[in-house]
Structure formats: structure tokens, C-alpha cells
Design a binder for this molecule. Structure first.
Ligand code: CP
Length: 340
């Protein structure tokens, strides 16, 4: 494996890149952050364009990619899917095909980011399928900016933030816990963080009520990756049991495996049985060691996490949000730039 392997590469699932490739991305992230804080110009992607196709809303992803491309001397172009004539149904009469859209877009940009999940897809896995179709057709790197399955830019940010805060992460316990929220949220961030934490040898515990198991295929991947990295992986159905001795806690809502069959209202009825699944200050103090809050945001304060926990000294959330900027600059420089 050489440093140059990342030039031209897509990043769609966490498992698309190896741990060694993430090590490189983290080294470049540190360099990017150093340059940012020392006020040194670093136009590594001068005159280049990163096109960002959003089917769903965003605060952090959009802003961090846009700011990142400005700092790299290029431009990020925001494109809302409802301003295109594209249809992801890919059938005659529906709209422009994914293939034609991808091939045409690639003629104007040097990299393409796509966000497609939640209400914008018809079934679980649909977002991933469409993003992969874009990658197959576009002759530029395609970066997943959050699909229904994965969120690799967030996952790299999470593992980078944990390294920054803890020094080393191997053997440290991270709990990825379901939490109640009426938002009925996707699974990508939790699945992604579980995968990358397993890759780095952490003791990963996923906690959820029985109806809310994450994607079994991803859970199996976590188990296999943990077995090879010297970490461990476990799924438990009791939040308090899971939190026992946790170094890091990622509490967030996600939907059941039936979300696209039963609809949001039925989902909510199931979720309401578990309103006590909230990461509270009492749980943090009583059970964790010390239970740093890692949460990719947006947070449903008061439901997913007690507000006090978002704001106390164990909360990493704003540093974590900022790190999106530095990690994504590294991803773009490595995939869209590369050796001169
Ligand atoms: N964490 C994250 O992806 O945030 P946004 O939805 O605001 O982009």
C-alpha cells in the first residue's frame, strides 16, 4: 500500500478504506488542522470544484465541505436535488437517469459528494445503491456525505476526535446506544462509528431495545473486524448494563428494520415504549468511566441526551463538529489532489 492509493478513490462505506488508509487520512487531517491554526495558506486544490448533491438537509456537512474547499483554494458547489431534473427511480418518464446525471456532473467537477437517506429513499439500502450507481458512472471520486447505511466522513471524524482526546483508543470502551427521540432517525452514523471503532481495536458495545437492532450485515462486519483488530464487539438490550465502565458514549435515535414497511407513525409507537433511553447526567456519573459524550449532531436535547450532558466538561460535541472540516479537507486533498 502506498500513499498514492487514495488518489481518485471513492469513499462510500467505512469498509471501502483500510485502517492503514485511514491512518494516512488522519495524518493529513493533523497537518490540515495545524495549517488552519497557524494561519498558513494551503491551496492544495486550487481551481478545483467539489460538487455536493444533497437530497436531505444538513448543517455541518454542507458548511464543513464548503469552508474546506475555500481553504484549499477551490470551490464547493451546493446542489439541492429538487433543483435538478434527476429521478432516482431510474425508469422511463420519471426524470433524468442517475447515470446521465453522474456522467454529465463529472464533466464539471473534480469530486462529487452525495447525501441520500431518510424520507428521500423508498427502502433501506436504496440510498447506498444510488450513491454506488453515481460512483460507477462518474469519472471523479464520489464521497458519501451520509447514506442510509454509512457516513464515512463522520466516522473518520469520530475516530480522529477520539485519538485527539484520548491519545490512543485500542482497548477503550465505546457504547453506541439507541436513545429515544420522536425524530425517527437513520442508522448511518451509529453503524459507521461502530465499524471504524472496531477497526481501531476498541471494545464496542451497541445497546438498543430489541426492536431496534442495527443492520445485521453491518453488525456481523463489526464482529469480524473486531476479532481481527484485537478489539471486541457486543450487542446488548439494556442501556444501563451497556454503559458500565464506558469511556465514550454515542447516544442517538435510530429506526427499526421495519421503518420503510410500517411508516413513521408506527415507528414512533414502538419508540415510545422506551422513553427512558436517554443519556442523563445521573447515568454518566453512576455508570460510566467517565462517559465522554461523542455525538455527531444534531442532538435531540432532552430526549436523546440530557442538556446538562451536552454542555458539561465531558462533552466533545463542538470539537467533534469542527473536526469534520479538517478530516474532509484531508479526504478531498488525498482523493482529488494527490501527487503533482
Ligand atoms: N453530523 C452531520 O452529518 O450533521 P449534518 O446533518 O448537520 O450535516
Amino acid at each position: 500500500m502506498s500513499w498514492f492509493d487514495l488518489k481518485g478513490r471513492d469513499l462510500i462505506a467505512e469498509t471501502d478504506w483500510s485502517k492503514e488508509e485511514y491512518d494516512i487520512a488522519m495524518k493529513v487531517t493533523d497537518q490540515m488542522k495545524g495549517l488552519y491554526y497557524s494561519g498558513k495558506e494551503h491551496p492544495y486544490l486550487k481551481y478545483k470544484t467539489f460538487a455536493m448533491l444533497f437530497f436531505a438537509g444538513s448543517t455541518r456537512t454542507r458548511m464543513s465541505f464548503e469552508a474546506g474547499m475555500t481553504q484549499l483554494g477551490g470551490n464547493a458547489q451546493f446542489i439541492s436535488s429538487n433543483t435538478l431534473r434527476l429521478s432516482i427511480e431510474d425508469k422511463p418518464g420519471a426524470g433524468e437517469t442517475v447515470a446521465d446525471t453522474a456522467k454529465a456532473m463529472a464533466r464539471f467537477c473534480d469530486g462529487l459528494g452525495i447525501r441520500l437517506l431518510d424520507d428521500q429513499v423508498d427502502y433501506y439500502g436504496h440510498g447506498d445503491l444510488v450513491i454506488r450507481k453515481f460512483a460507477e458512472c462518474a469519472e471523479v471520486p464520489v464521497i458519501n456525505m451520509a447514506s442510509d447505511i454509512n457516513h464515512p466522513c463522520q466516522s473518520l471524524t469520530d475516530i480522529h476526535t477520539m485519538h485527539e482526546k484520548l491519545g490512543h483508543v485500542k482497548g477503550k470502551k465505546i457504547v453506541v446506544s439507541w436513545a429515544y427521540s420522536p425524530w425517527v432517525r437513520g442508522r448511518c452514523s451509529m453503524q459507521g462509528t461502530a465499524l471504524i471503532s472496531a477497526m481501531y481495536g476498541m471494545d464496542v458495545v451497541v445497546a438498543n431495545p430489541p426492536e431496534f437492532d442495527l443492520d445485521p450485515k453491518v453488525m456481523q462486519e463489526c464482529k469480524e473486524i473486531a476479532a481481527g483488530s484485537g478489539g471486541s464487539f457486543e450487542v446488548v438490550h439494556d442501556m444501563d448494563k451497556a454503559l458500565d465502565g464506558a469511556t465514550v458514549v454515542f447516544p442517538r435515535n435510530w429506526y427499526t428494520g421495519k421503518r420503510y414497511d410500517i411508516g413513521k407513525e408506527e415507528e414512533l409507537k414502538i419508540a415510545e415504549r422506551y422513553k427512558d433511553w436517554c443519556y442523563t447526567a445521573a447515568r454518566q456519573k453512576k455508570l460510566c468511566d467517565p462517559g465522554y459524550l461523542l455525538q455527531c449532531m444534531p442532538i435531540d436535547r432532552g430526549y436523546e441526551v440530557e442538556s446538562e450532558v451536552c454542555d458539561n466538561s465531558l462533552s466533545w460535541i463542538y470539537d467533534q463538529a469542527e473536526n469534520r472540516l479538517h478530516t474532509q479537507k484531508a479526504i478531498m486533498a488525498l482523493t482529488m489532489g494527490g501527487r503533482l
